[in-house]
Design a protein around this ligand. Sequence first.
Ligand code: GDP
Ligand code: MN
Length: 379
Amino acid sequence: MKLHEYQSKLIFAEYGVPIPQGRVAATASEAKQIAHELGGRVVVKSQVLVGGRGKAGGIRLAKNPGEAEELATQILSMEIKGLPVRKVLVDEAADIEKEIYLGITNDRAARRPVMMASSEGGVDIEEVARVTPEKIIKAHIDPLLGLQGYQARDIAAGIDLPREHWRAFGVIAAGLWQAYKKSDANLAEINPLVITADSKLLAVDGKMVLDDNALFRHPDLADKRDLDIEDDSEIEARKYGLSYIKLDGDIGCMVNGAGLAMTTMDVIKHFGGEPANFLDIGGGANAEKVAAAFRIILSDKNIKAVLINIFGGITRGDEVARGILAAMEEIKPEVPMVVRLVGTNAEEGRQLIADADMITAETLAGAAQKAVAAAEGGK
Ligand code: GDP
Ligand code: MN
């Protein structure tokens, strides 16, 4: 789960990272009011969950509250990389002397977090990493010991940070590490961390990506989720405890178990089809859950066929069949359905759906072939 810039910076600030004064606004007149409170010279920043806002014209400097209002009007009517701007952050403008990059992410290969920094911060850090990777200084962090003082100093030296800033940099690096660790983040990034004209360090931009699998430990952070930018069907799926990811194909998949779901998608592709979604209904799925899964799959207008692949273990075949029937009753789908049901209570399940208008298959390969053929037939 991605956090907005303003949310990320407020978390960083809790851990001692200095950020500009500012507030978020949903209207241009609010933006004007905030600019007025901040003394007039502000930066108006689109809050959308993509990078490169600056280059897209979503970050603009205003000299006075009137200009802030004008820019906010423009920015609030923008779309950046397909995402509508619903809020702007109005921050006190910083006088920037230098832009530094500072971030922490998980290095899977090293099996520990890594702090990265560069003297070439700002909007083109990806380019720096590609062209001059030696300009990115790294330090791996022992998750039990945490970021050590010497590591922060090594990084400061590595990016040629003037000595006078080392102390402040140490506080920021330690704060970013705490924010990353305590929030169970996958990414915590300040780009740019700036040196201001009056010689202070300031986190001008912030970004955090949280580990969805750890969100249950952070109800306060989970509440920050921006439902505006998520796919409606994915929100609906989460409500029922279903793992659903919408894709671009035309064969809907309803499967129990993440591994089996991925295998099912592979086999569909193997036979020349394109899965429309990943969906794991989980173990012990009951009729209500199955019906919800059905509604979600069929809400996708691209669907030309649905493949239901259930291996009954904890999930019982008759429960699934009852769910399918209930959903069919409710939704009356017009696309062909292919069902493969094996395992616990599969026989009872098959009997329940025998009268329904569905295509059945014994094996996964057979089911996938039938689903691909059915989707093509529908074209
Ligand atoms: P991003 O483009 O989404 O990464 O958004 P940033 O918040 O990083 O802003 C992009 C660029 O705008 C920064 O690298 C700065 O050069 C500039 N910028 C952002 N805030 C300020 C500010 O307060 N003052 C000045 N002078 N420039 C700013
Ligand atoms: Mn940035």
